[in-house]
Design a protein around this ligand. Structure first.
Ligand code: SF4
Length: 188
């Protein structure tokens, strides 16, 4: 599996399948153990992630680290990636970019076969719920709900959560988001 992961990472590093490669300094493939039980999926790299080539290293990353502590999970034990692997200058993903790039995420999921997939934010939640034939809804109706998924190859549970950046943009969400992460720790 490590060879397949390395090959996939190499493909992402030189990918020119959508226009986002033009603003890429470093692609952000994802990081964590290849056999992690828990897979977090955000939207796409921001300014700091583009500089460092790592997911969630900016302000939202700092908050994610704090939230992981609340849930009792260790960052080094979980796999963290995004729907899109190259810098999103305006933080808005176009449908064609999502359609093109998610082939990489699909392969990551197939290789990791996580017991829990945690989409962070509406875009990741909508993509993953649709992919596995589940109904989509606004995050206010989805957060901390459990969707049990069974495929020919593996079983998993999808638990959508607000993106940490949502709590940064809207401080009114912060206490609910913190409570959600405590709950997540009990769910997984
Ligand atoms: S965002 Fe994805 S599809 Fe677009 S260039 Fe980067 S790796 Fe390729």
């Amino acid at each position: 599996m490590n060879d397949e992961f390395s090959e996939l990472r190499n493909q992402v590093e030189v990918c020119t399948n959508c226009t986002l490669h033009k603003t890429r300094l470093k692609s952000v493939f994802g990081e964590g153990p290849n056999d992690s039980k828990v897979l977090f999926v955000g939207l796409g790299p921001g300014y700091h992630e583009n500089q460092e080539g790592r997911p969630f290293v900016g302000a939202a990353g700092k908050l994610l680290d704090d939230l992981l502590v609340l849930s009792g999970l260790k960052r080094e034990d979980v796999y963290i990636t995004n729907i899109l692997k190259c810098y999103l200058p305006d933080n808005k993903a176009k449908d064609e970019e999502i359609a093109t790039c998610t082939s990489y995420l699909d392969k990551q999921i197939a290789l990791i076969q996580p017991k829990f997939i945690i989409p962070l934010g509406n875009v990741a939640a909508s993509y993953l719920l649709r992919k596995f034939g589940q109904p989509i809804a606004p995050m206010r109706n989805l957060h901390t709900k459990i969707f049990s998924i069974s495929t020919l190859f593996f079983q998993t549970k999808i638990i959508p959560m607000y993106h940490p950046a949502a709590a940064l943009r809207n401080p009114g969400l912060k206490s609910m988001v913190r409570e959600d992460w405590r709950k997540l720790g009990n769910l997984i």
